[in-house]
Design a protein around this ligand. Structure first.
Ligand code: NDP
Ligand code: 8X3
Length: 252
């Protein structure tokens, strides 16, 4: 029988690349995000190409009720979920602490931290019942070193790191693997969202580097799921070769 994975934030970027990667390895998928049309397009494409089942759940992960209802409404054929990829997230703005927008801070914390908690809590009974489940949380190099004007985005990703440790400890007795992946700069819709549609600011982030692609990240995530049952990658940092950490890039 096929394994079932739930991938949050699958309408673009890492989540979409993960959906393609896991579908190509015969996983049935629950894909989530707010943009239902994009999710439905992906569903049709992957069902046709790989013959797998895809369930679209369109909801805003900041909304606790919508998140819990979406999970509770799954029928029995979707309940044995072995893998959760907590990927939905965003940065909004890149501003000094004293100049940053409170609304942006709320959105980042509500999405990257509280949304991750809501969906994980909602799916945990399924993950526990499935036995030998795996949770993969997407952190960031921003959750390893705080950089100038990164303030609340960095804090939200430090929280993802802390929550990953907490989950690993508290879920040990259920045999659940917990992995946190910290990617560096990767070219997706991330910077366009961060700079609120300003394409030239978004493009400038990647000038002079061959940044990670969404597929590079999806390949790494997939690798973490291929290890023997007794082996768990707890934490993994990946950057492009021209990036050393949050601060150091070589743009030669
Ligand atoms: P994208 O902007 O391409 O994708 C973000 C995904 O998150 C989209 O599918 C979006 O779906 C979903 N999402 C955002 N807000 C919500 C919400 N309120 N409710 C439901 N879904 C939501 O960016 P990436 O693929 O780059 O980012 C994925 C993750 O990786 C994020 O957590 C990001 O912080 C992290 N990351 C990104 C890096 C990068 O350089 N790109 C590096 C390190 C980490 P929709 O808009 O349809 O709701
Ligand atoms: C995304 C990478 O460096 O823009 O998390 O924060 S960075």
């Amino acid at each position: 029988m096929s394994k079932i994975a739930c991938i949050t934030g699958a309408s673009s970027g890492f989540g979409k690349a993960c959906a393609e990667k896991f579908a190509s390895h015969r996983y049935d998928l629950i894909i989530t995000g707010r943009r239902e049309e994009k999710l439905n397009e992906l569903k049709s494409e992957l069902e046709k190409k790989f013959g797998v089942r895809i369930k679209v759940l369109a909801f805003d992960i900041r909304n606790k009720k919508s998140t819990i209802d979406a999970v509770n409404n799954l029928d029995n054929s979707w309940k044995k979920i072995q893998l959760l990829i907590n990927n939905a997230g965003l940065a909004l703005g890149r501003d000094y602490f004293d100049e940053a927008d409170l609304e942006d801070w709320d959105t980042m914390i509500d999405t990257n931290v509280k949304g991750l908690l809501y969906i994980t809590k909602a799916l945990l009974p399924n993950l526990i019942d499935a036995g030998s489940a795996h949770i993969i949380n997407i952190g960031s190099t921003a959750g390893k070193e705080v950089y100038e004007k990164g303030n609340t985005y960095c804090a939200s990703k430090f929280a993802v790191g802390a929550l990953s440790e907490a989950m690993r400890i508290d879920l040990l007795r259920h045999g659940i693997k917990v992995t946190v992946i910290h990617p560096g700069a990767a070219e997706t819709e991330f910077s366009l969202v961060r700079f609120k549609g300003d394409a030239s600011k978004a493009k400038a982030v990647y000038d002079g580097i061959k940044a990670l692609s969404a597929n590079d990240v999806a390949d790494t995530i997939y690798y973490c799921t291929t290890l023997p049952a007794h082996v768990c990658i707890n934490e993994l940092v990946l950057t492009c070769t021209q990036q050393a950490n949050s601060f150091y890039f070589y743009k030669g």
